[in-house]
Design a protein around this ligand. Sequence first.
Ligand code: AMP
Ligand code: ZN
Length: 147
Amino acid sequence: MLQTAAGKEYMKDSNCIFCKIANGEIPSRTIYEDEKFRVILDLGPATKGHALILPKEHYANLFAMPDELAADAMKLAKKVASVQKEKLHADGLNLVQNNGAAAGQTVEHFHIHLIPRYENDGQTIGWKPEEPTSEELDEICRELTEN
Ligand code: AMP
Ligand code: ZN
């Protein structure tokens, strides 16, 4: 259990590096902090200013996040993204949020990547589009919507 200045106790995982960073046990280049989140510079940035939003509570991924905290994380993403865009003169910005090893998640503590983009920055963040048939799309739509 960790005690915050406000006296609130919450869970953290003693083996989780992002718990340690988010709660200030391991130093980081922090660009924003409040009671619920710390935002740090990524040590292996895709571009200049690549930052990570870390909740101070430990949740492995989006599926484990309480709705309210997930909503707060997105609000914060908008705030930090606006600062990155203005101060670093970014031309665009990617929000990336990986869940599970299959999706590229390497640190199992929820985080949102904020990746400022610059014209001709040479990065590719994307996917190879597949070409499903109309029937395949209909079937997927059914799978996702049937009770
Ligand atoms: P993901 O692949 O979505 O789990 O992203 C993990 C990210 O965390 C990568 O972009 C790493 O560069 C970054 N990272 C890992 N360890 C640290 C650290 N100690 N400080 C800052 N960023 C880190
Ligand atoms: Zn953690």
